[in-house]
Design a protein around this ligand. Sequence first.
Ligand code: FES
Ligand code: FES
Length: 181
Amino acid sequence: MNVGTGPRRAQQPPLPEPTAWHEVSLTVNGEPVAAQVESRLLLSDLLRQRLGLTGTHVGCEHGVCGACTVLMDGVPVRSCLTLAVQAAGADVRTVEGLAGDGEPLGPVQRAFHEQHGMQCGFCTPGFVMTCTALTGRAERPDEETVADELSGHLCRCTGYQNIRAAVRQALDESFGPQEAE
Ligand code: FES
Ligand code: FES
């Protein structure tokens, strides 16, 4: 035991490497964006904190709830699992890109509105972006594909029936009414 030599010194963990910064360019909702980002910065944080696009919601922060879904080159991705540097050069679309301020709702947003496909609305931007990707396909996705895509989203309020009705309406508008199987 050390007596009179001051406090015991705790072991020093290895210091982290200095943070690397990257200059990235991407397109967000059609607008060119340039940003200097840390290697570890998440796309969700770039969108929400650096660009003020808070329509993208963050729930679980580990890829389970789907609330943070945005489109990257037309493909739904979980922005809480995507690094900002991975979006370099990409065309990113968020829910804000579906209709500008004062503009009428886009067709998917309108379908969710008309079918009451939301209650608190926390999960809604994620569902809307995945549904937007479904309506943008070359052909109408079959029921199994739709169910599979929607299974990546959690909703604590609606019981999903109205969400499914909204997705069906949006698909009907894009591809015409579904033929009976
Ligand atoms: S916040 Fe990204 S999946 Fe839940
Ligand atoms: S509407 Fe509340 S979580 Fe889905």
